[in-house]
Design a protein around this ligand. Structure first.
Ligand code: FAD
Length: 400
């Protein structure tokens, strides 16, 4: 049985806009286009809506970052998250439990102060918690590992399936056609222009605009367009445990541990860690190595987790640029081809990206919050330096 919102109608020979990928990015763009009256839109997915990283992520949402570019884009998104359930007429289960970036070292505690002051300068409200205050907000955390925190209230986590369903059903209700089980294997060209897609079953579908929102497979679609820039696939893993009594209120990022987590309303602990290297493999199964890393670090941080049973352990793939920031917008030398790729924080960023890219498709504008994320920086090497990401990144080493 098809998901509500997935079309069983035949694909037509042409559309104004085709979006490759029915993840949260592709569906948010489609919904925002339809909201602006542009309903001649086809979204195609080789699997099912939300079958990529959008249904496999940590669900965390914040806008308190350490660079102007990230803060401004993600603050627009957070503002939209606040009203998203109401706008979509569907509860996306946005738990505004707060989001704490936790310092586990003295050096990071000092950085917390810098980040907090920086965020305040941009009008993003966060609280700087000293050791004592941070331990109070995280009473179950190992006190030896909590040195300070930056807490953003009105941030937290939402339910990824509800978000995908909300965008999907609303886009479909407004007239967008979303089809699953259709793999794009080629792009139609007229000179330099991209003018449509070719699918695995031999169908050719024309469009004025084709958007690459193919998540971890975005590189493959770029290859079909003959487009090259530094973008790699990267595999991440997560776990969810059996329900536990409430012990953790805010969503947490512990930068030194390369870990992020939250506890759901049902009591399950959801967490993931990242290894200090990019895993370009594509399996969606969890691995023993990462499971050990996740278990070791989170039992260290929250000793209450010792002996807890796992419910599930899984993986998902994203595409990432050297600065971990998305590439959003047009490709000057390929008219008709747009990008919404390189998303590592693409769940929380989807409401903003959907709006800004839709606005670009409809009106040709490039909003100031979208502009820094254009393809240009992948050519100049003028990377965005964002210091508050859960990742082991050294841009200077990258550039060397
Ligand atoms: C374990 C993990 C934890 C994460 N935690 C967070 C978090 O806490 N907060 C956060 O903001 N982000 C998080 N992310 C990242 C976030 O999930 C992604 O950035 C986001 O989901 C990207 O959305 P998307 O729509 O671009 O990609 P996807 O959801 O991957 O969707 C892309 C779609 O394209 C389809 N597709 C691919 N190739 C083709 C083709 N040739 N033809 C047709 N369709 C195709 C795929 O089937 C897929 O459904 C996490 C990711 C993972 C894996």
């Amino acid at each position: 049985m098809a998901l509500p919102g997935v079309s069983s109608q035949p694909i037509r020979s042409g559309y104004d806009t085709i979006i490759i990928g029915a993840g949260v990015q592709g569906l948010a763009i489609a919904y925002e286009l339809a909201k602006r009256g542009m309903t001649d839109v086809l979204v195609v997915d080789r699997s099912w809506p939300g079958g990529g990283a959008s249904g496999r992520n940590g669900e965390l949402i914040r806008s308190a970052f350490a660079s102007t570019e990230w803060c401004e884009l993600f603050e627009l998104s957070r503002q939209k998250w606040l009203g998203l359930s109401q706008e979509l007429g569907m509860n996306v289960l946005f738990n505004r439990t707060g989001y704490a970036v936790v310092a586990t070292t003295a050096e990071q505690a000092a950085q917390c102060r810098v980040d907090h002051d920086f965020q305040a300068g941009l009008g993003i409200r966060t609280e700087l918690l000293d050791e004592r205050e941070a331990r109070k907000v995280l009473p179950a955390a190992n006190p030896d590992l909590v040195r300070a925190a930056v807490l953003q209230e009105q941030a937290g986590f939402a339910h990824h399936d509800s978000v995908v369903a909300g965008y999907l059903e609303n886009a479909a209700r407004l007239g967008v056609q979303v089809v699953s089980g259709v793999t794009v294997t080629g792009l139609l060209r007229r000179g330099d222009d991209v003018t449509g897609i070719a699918t695995a079953c031999g169908r050719r579908v024309e469009a004025r605009t084709v958007v690459n929102a193919a998540g971890g497979q975005a590189l493959e679609i770029n290859a079909l367009a003959g487009l090259e820039f530094p973008l790699v696939a990267s595999r991440l893993e997560m776990i969810v445990t059996q329900p536990l009594k409430p012990f953790l209120t805010p969503g947490v990022a512990a930068l030194e541990l390369l870990g992020y987590c939250h506890q759901t309303a049902r009591g399950e602990f959801v967490g993931g860690t990242e290894l200090p290297r990019v895993d370009e493999s594509t399996s969606l199964n969890g691995t023993w190595t990462v499971l050990q890393d996740i278990a070791t670090k989170f039992v260290q941080l929250f000793p209450v987790l010792a002996g807890t049973r796992l419910l599930r352990h899984w993986a998902g793939t994203v595409s990432q640029t050297p600065d971990l920031a998305p590439v959003l917008g047009p490709v000057p030398e390929i008219p008709g081809y747009l990008l919404s790729v390189g998303w590592v924080y693409g769940f929380m960023g989807a409401p903003a990206a959907g709006e800004l890219l839709a606005e670009h498709i409809v009106a040709g504008t490039i909003d100031r919050r979208m502009a820094p994320f254009g393809i240009e920086r992948t050519r100049t090497g003028d990377w965005i330096r964002e210091g508050s990401l859960v990742v082991d990144m050294d841009l200077d080493e990258e550039a060397a």
